[in-house]
Design a protein around this ligand. Structure first.
Ligand SMILES: NC(=O)c1ccc[n+]([C@@H]2O[C@H](COP(=O)([O-])OP(=O)(O)OC[C@H]3O[C@@H](n4cnc5c(N)ncnc54)[C@H](O)[C@@H]3O)[C@@H](O)[C@H]2O)c1
Length: 254
Protein backbone atom coordinates (compact mmCIF):
# COMPACT_ATOMS: atom_id res chain seq x y z
CA UNK A 1 0.00 0.00 0.00
CA UNK A 2 1.27 3.51 -0.82
CA UNK A 3 2.49 5.40 2.26
CA UNK A 4 0.59 8.55 3.18
CA UNK A 5 3.24 11.34 3.05
CA UNK A 6 1.26 13.39 5.58
CA UNK A 7 1.28 10.61 8.19
CA UNK A 8 3.19 11.61 11.35
CA UNK A 9 3.08 8.22 13.09
CA UNK A 10 6.32 7.61 14.99
CA UNK A 11 7.29 11.31 14.97
CA UNK A 12 7.91 13.30 18.15
CA UNK A 13 6.73 16.89 18.14
CA UNK A 14 7.09 19.83 20.54
CA UNK A 15 4.77 22.80 20.28
CA UNK A 16 5.00 25.90 22.44
CA UNK A 17 2.10 28.10 23.52
CA UNK A 18 -0.36 25.26 23.07
CA UNK A 19 -2.82 25.60 25.94
CA UNK A 20 -5.21 27.64 23.77
CA UNK A 21 -5.57 29.48 20.48
CA UNK A 22 -3.55 28.59 17.41
CA UNK A 23 -1.06 26.45 19.36
CA UNK A 24 -3.88 24.26 20.58
CA UNK A 25 -5.34 23.97 17.07
CA UNK A 26 -1.94 22.90 15.73
CA UNK A 27 -1.20 20.51 18.62
CA UNK A 28 -4.50 18.74 17.92
CA UNK A 29 -3.76 18.60 14.20
CA UNK A 30 -0.28 17.09 14.75
CA UNK A 31 -1.61 14.53 17.24
CA UNK A 32 -4.47 13.57 14.92
CA UNK A 33 -1.90 13.02 12.14
CA UNK A 34 -0.18 10.47 14.40
CA UNK A 35 2.58 12.40 16.21
CA UNK A 36 3.44 12.17 19.89
CA UNK A 37 3.06 15.79 20.93
CA UNK A 38 4.63 17.59 23.89
CA UNK A 39 2.61 20.71 24.66
CA UNK A 40 4.59 23.50 26.35
CA UNK A 41 2.94 26.54 27.95
CA UNK A 42 3.16 28.94 30.89
CA UNK A 43 -0.52 28.34 31.59
CA UNK A 44 -1.09 25.25 33.79
CA UNK A 45 -4.28 24.47 31.84
CA UNK A 46 -1.91 22.92 29.25
CA UNK A 47 -1.93 19.80 31.45
CA UNK A 48 -5.70 19.40 30.93
CA UNK A 49 -5.30 20.04 27.20
CA UNK A 50 -2.80 17.17 26.88
CA UNK A 51 -5.18 15.00 28.90
CA UNK A 52 -7.99 15.97 26.49
CA UNK A 53 -5.91 14.64 23.58
CA UNK A 54 -5.09 11.41 25.42
CA UNK A 55 -8.82 10.90 26.12
CA UNK A 56 -9.30 10.90 22.34
CA UNK A 57 -6.74 8.09 22.04
CA UNK A 58 -3.98 10.45 20.86
CA UNK A 59 -0.44 10.70 22.27
CA UNK A 60 0.33 13.85 24.23
CA UNK A 61 2.07 15.16 27.32
CA UNK A 62 2.39 18.63 28.82
CA UNK A 63 5.21 20.68 30.31
CA UNK A 64 4.57 23.97 32.11
CA UNK A 65 7.32 26.48 31.35
CA UNK A 66 7.74 30.25 31.24
CA UNK A 67 9.59 30.72 27.95
CA UNK A 68 10.48 34.29 28.90
CA UNK A 69 12.90 32.88 31.46
CA UNK A 70 16.21 31.75 29.92
CA UNK A 71 17.01 29.43 32.82
CA UNK A 72 13.60 27.76 32.56
CA UNK A 73 14.19 27.37 28.82
CA UNK A 74 17.46 25.57 29.56
CA UNK A 75 15.71 23.20 31.96
CA UNK A 76 12.95 22.63 29.40
CA UNK A 77 15.46 21.60 26.76
CA UNK A 78 17.10 19.10 29.11
CA UNK A 79 13.73 17.63 30.15
CA UNK A 80 12.57 17.17 26.56
CA UNK A 81 15.90 15.75 25.39
CA UNK A 82 15.73 13.16 28.17
CA UNK A 83 12.05 12.35 27.58
CA UNK A 84 12.55 11.87 23.81
CA UNK A 85 16.04 10.35 24.12
CA UNK A 86 17.18 13.02 21.68
CA UNK A 87 14.66 12.05 18.97
CA UNK A 88 13.02 15.41 18.33
CA UNK A 89 11.50 15.29 14.84
CA UNK A 90 9.31 18.41 14.80
CA UNK A 91 9.29 21.70 16.70
CA UNK A 92 6.64 24.36 16.35
CA UNK A 93 7.71 27.67 17.89
CA UNK A 94 4.33 29.25 18.44
CA UNK A 95 4.22 30.95 21.88
CA UNK A 96 3.85 34.68 21.49
CA UNK A 97 2.46 37.78 23.16
CA UNK A 98 1.14 41.10 21.98
CA UNK A 99 1.64 44.39 23.87
CA UNK A 100 0.10 47.52 22.38
CA UNK A 101 1.34 51.11 22.76
CA UNK A 102 2.00 53.89 20.25
CA UNK A 103 5.62 53.61 19.07
CA UNK A 104 6.58 56.94 20.66
CA UNK A 105 5.45 55.72 24.08
CA UNK A 106 6.38 52.04 23.91
CA UNK A 107 7.98 51.13 27.30
CA UNK A 108 11.42 49.55 26.91
CA UNK A 109 10.65 46.80 29.40
CA UNK A 110 7.66 45.74 27.29
CA UNK A 111 9.81 45.93 24.15
CA UNK A 112 12.27 43.53 25.84
CA UNK A 113 9.48 41.15 26.84
CA UNK A 114 7.96 40.93 23.37
CA UNK A 115 11.35 40.53 21.70
CA UNK A 116 12.49 37.89 24.22
CA UNK A 117 9.42 35.69 23.76
CA UNK A 118 8.43 36.32 20.14
CA UNK A 119 11.97 36.36 18.70
CA UNK A 120 14.78 35.31 21.05
CA UNK A 121 13.04 32.24 22.50
CA UNK A 122 12.10 31.16 18.97
CA UNK A 123 15.75 31.31 17.90
CA UNK A 124 16.94 29.66 21.11
CA UNK A 125 14.59 26.69 20.65
CA UNK A 126 15.15 26.48 16.89
CA UNK A 127 18.94 26.41 17.42
CA UNK A 128 18.62 23.70 20.08
CA UNK A 129 16.22 21.64 17.92
CA UNK A 130 18.49 22.05 14.90
CA UNK A 131 21.44 20.62 16.81
CA UNK A 132 19.40 17.56 17.84
CA UNK A 133 18.03 17.13 14.31
CA UNK A 134 21.48 17.27 12.71
CA UNK A 135 22.28 14.05 14.58
CA UNK A 136 19.11 12.43 13.17
CA UNK A 137 19.82 13.70 9.63
CA UNK A 138 16.23 14.93 9.38
CA UNK A 139 13.87 17.35 11.10
CA UNK A 140 11.21 20.00 10.76
CA UNK A 141 11.45 23.42 12.38
CA UNK A 142 8.28 25.47 12.02
CA UNK A 143 8.18 29.02 13.35
CA UNK A 144 4.97 30.98 13.72
CA UNK A 145 5.42 34.33 12.04
CA UNK A 146 2.48 36.60 11.11
CA UNK A 147 1.02 38.61 8.28
CA UNK A 148 2.68 41.37 10.34
CA UNK A 149 6.04 39.93 9.19
CA UNK A 150 5.18 41.68 5.89
CA UNK A 151 2.34 44.14 6.50
CA UNK A 152 2.90 46.01 9.74
CA UNK A 153 0.16 46.98 12.19
CA UNK A 154 -0.53 50.02 14.35
CA UNK A 155 0.59 50.41 18.00
CA UNK A 156 2.40 47.06 17.70
CA UNK A 157 5.99 48.09 16.94
CA UNK A 158 7.68 45.41 19.09
CA UNK A 159 5.43 42.62 17.84
CA UNK A 160 5.83 43.54 14.18
CA UNK A 161 9.60 43.94 14.60
CA UNK A 162 9.84 40.47 16.16
CA UNK A 163 7.62 38.84 13.52
CA UNK A 164 9.56 40.42 10.65
CA UNK A 165 12.74 39.05 12.20
CA UNK A 166 11.24 35.58 12.66
CA UNK A 167 10.66 35.42 8.90
CA UNK A 168 14.29 36.38 8.14
CA UNK A 169 15.62 34.05 10.83
CA UNK A 170 13.64 31.23 9.25
CA UNK A 171 15.11 31.91 5.82
CA UNK A 172 18.68 32.24 7.15
CA UNK A 173 18.42 28.97 9.07
CA UNK A 174 16.91 27.27 6.01
CA UNK A 175 19.90 28.45 3.95
CA UNK A 176 22.22 26.76 6.44
CA UNK A 177 20.27 23.63 7.40
CA UNK A 178 18.45 22.48 4.25
CA UNK A 179 21.43 20.45 3.01
CA UNK A 180 21.49 18.65 6.38
CA UNK A 181 17.96 17.27 5.93
CA UNK A 182 16.33 19.89 8.14
CA UNK A 183 13.43 21.94 6.82
CA UNK A 184 13.03 25.35 8.41
CA UNK A 185 9.82 27.13 7.43
CA UNK A 186 7.32 29.50 8.97
CA UNK A 187 3.58 30.01 8.89
CA UNK A 188 2.06 33.47 8.77
CA UNK A 189 -1.40 33.45 10.33
CA UNK A 190 -3.71 36.27 9.35
CA UNK A 191 -6.38 37.68 11.62
CA UNK A 192 -7.51 34.78 13.79
CA UNK A 193 -10.20 34.79 16.46
CA UNK A 194 -8.05 34.00 19.54
CA UNK A 195 -7.51 35.72 22.91
CA UNK A 196 -4.41 37.59 21.63
CA UNK A 197 -6.78 39.69 19.48
CA UNK A 198 -9.40 40.58 22.08
CA UNK A 199 -8.44 44.28 21.87
CA UNK A 200 -8.91 44.31 18.08
CA UNK A 201 -12.21 42.45 18.17
CA UNK A 202 -13.52 44.89 20.79
CA UNK A 203 -12.53 47.91 18.68
CA UNK A 204 -15.56 48.09 16.39
CA UNK A 205 -14.04 50.39 13.76
CA UNK A 206 -10.69 48.54 13.50
CA UNK A 207 -12.48 45.15 13.48
CA UNK A 208 -14.66 46.28 10.56
CA UNK A 209 -11.68 47.73 8.69
CA UNK A 210 -9.64 44.51 9.05
CA UNK A 211 -12.57 42.17 8.28
CA UNK A 212 -13.37 44.10 5.13
CA UNK A 213 -9.81 43.45 3.86
CA UNK A 214 -9.99 39.64 4.25
CA UNK A 215 -10.94 38.06 0.88
CA UNK A 216 -12.31 34.94 2.64
CA UNK A 217 -14.69 37.32 4.49
CA UNK A 218 -14.12 35.72 7.88
CA UNK A 219 -11.52 35.68 10.65
CA UNK A 220 -9.52 32.44 10.95
CA UNK A 221 -10.03 29.80 13.61
CA UNK A 222 -7.38 27.66 15.39
CA UNK A 223 -8.35 24.61 13.31
CA UNK A 224 -7.49 26.55 10.13
CA UNK A 225 -3.81 26.14 11.12
CA UNK A 226 -3.86 22.33 11.31
CA UNK A 227 -3.45 21.52 7.60
CA UNK A 228 -0.52 23.91 7.14
CA UNK A 229 1.38 22.69 10.20
CA UNK A 230 0.84 18.99 9.38
CA UNK A 231 2.08 19.62 5.83
CA UNK A 232 5.24 21.42 6.99
CA UNK A 233 5.84 18.76 9.69
CA UNK A 234 5.49 15.85 7.28
CA UNK A 235 7.57 14.18 4.57
CA UNK A 236 5.21 15.82 2.05
CA UNK A 237 7.20 19.06 2.46
CA UNK A 238 10.73 17.60 2.32
CA UNK A 239 11.71 19.92 -0.57
CA UNK A 240 10.05 23.02 0.91
CA UNK A 241 12.73 25.20 2.51
CA UNK A 242 12.62 28.69 3.99
CA UNK A 243 9.08 29.56 2.98
CA UNK A 244 6.59 31.72 4.79
CA UNK A 245 3.21 30.08 4.26
CA UNK A 246 0.34 32.51 4.84
CA UNK A 247 -2.81 31.08 6.44
CA UNK A 248 -4.71 34.32 6.21
CA UNK A 249 -7.88 34.00 4.14
CA UNK A 250 -6.05 35.90 1.38
CA UNK A 251 -5.19 38.98 3.49
CA UNK A 252 -1.66 39.37 2.10
CA UNK A 253 -2.86 39.15 -1.48
CA UNK A 254 -4.86 42.37 -1.18
N1 LIG B 1 -4.30 35.24 16.49
C1 LIG B 1 -3.80 35.86 15.44
O1 LIG B 1 -4.50 36.57 14.73
C2 LIG B 1 -2.36 35.69 15.07
C3 LIG B 1 -1.94 36.24 13.85
C4 LIG B 1 -0.62 36.10 13.47
C5 LIG B 1 0.27 35.42 14.30
N2 LIG B 1 -0.18 34.91 15.48
C6 LIG B 1 0.81 34.22 16.30
O2 LIG B 1 0.37 32.92 16.60
C7 LIG B 1 0.91 32.52 17.86
C8 LIG B 1 -0.22 32.06 18.74
O3 LIG B 1 -1.10 33.14 18.95
P1 LIG B 1 -2.59 32.97 19.46
O4 LIG B 1 -3.44 33.83 18.64
O5 LIG B 1 -2.95 31.55 19.59
O6 LIG B 1 -2.44 33.67 20.90
P2 LIG B 1 -2.95 33.22 22.33
O7 LIG B 1 -2.71 34.37 23.22
O8 LIG B 1 -4.32 32.66 22.24
O9 LIG B 1 -1.96 32.02 22.68
C9 LIG B 1 -0.62 32.22 23.02
C10 LIG B 1 -0.16 31.07 23.89
O10 LIG B 1 1.18 31.33 24.31
C11 LIG B 1 1.26 31.10 25.71
N3 LIG B 1 2.31 31.92 26.31
C12 LIG B 1 2.29 33.27 26.50
N4 LIG B 1 3.39 33.65 27.16
C13 LIG B 1 4.13 32.54 27.39
C14 LIG B 1 5.37 32.31 28.04
N5 LIG B 1 6.06 33.29 28.62
N6 LIG B 1 5.83 31.03 28.10
C15 LIG B 1 5.12 30.02 27.56
N7 LIG B 1 3.94 30.18 26.93
C16 LIG B 1 3.45 31.44 26.84
C17 LIG B 1 -0.11 31.47 26.25
O11 LIG B 1 -0.37 30.91 27.53
C18 LIG B 1 -1.00 30.92 25.16
O12 LIG B 1 -1.32 29.56 25.37
C19 LIG B 1 1.67 33.73 18.39
O13 LIG B 1 3.04 33.62 18.07
C20 LIG B 1 1.05 34.87 17.64
O14 LIG B 1 1.91 35.97 17.53
C21 LIG B 1 -1.46 35.03 15.88
Amino acid sequence: MKRNPFDLTGKNAVITGSSQGLGWGMAKGLAEAGAFVILVDINPKVVEKAEELREQGLQAEAIICDLLDRLKRSELKKTIEKRLEGKLDIIVNNAGIQIRYPALEFPMEDWDKVIELNLTSVFDLAQWAGNLMVKLGKGKIINIASVNSIAAGINTVAYCSAKGAVMQMTKTMANELSSLGINVNCIAPGYMATPINTALVNDEARFAELSQRIPAKRWGQPQDMAGAVVYLASDASDYVCGVMLPVDGGYLSR
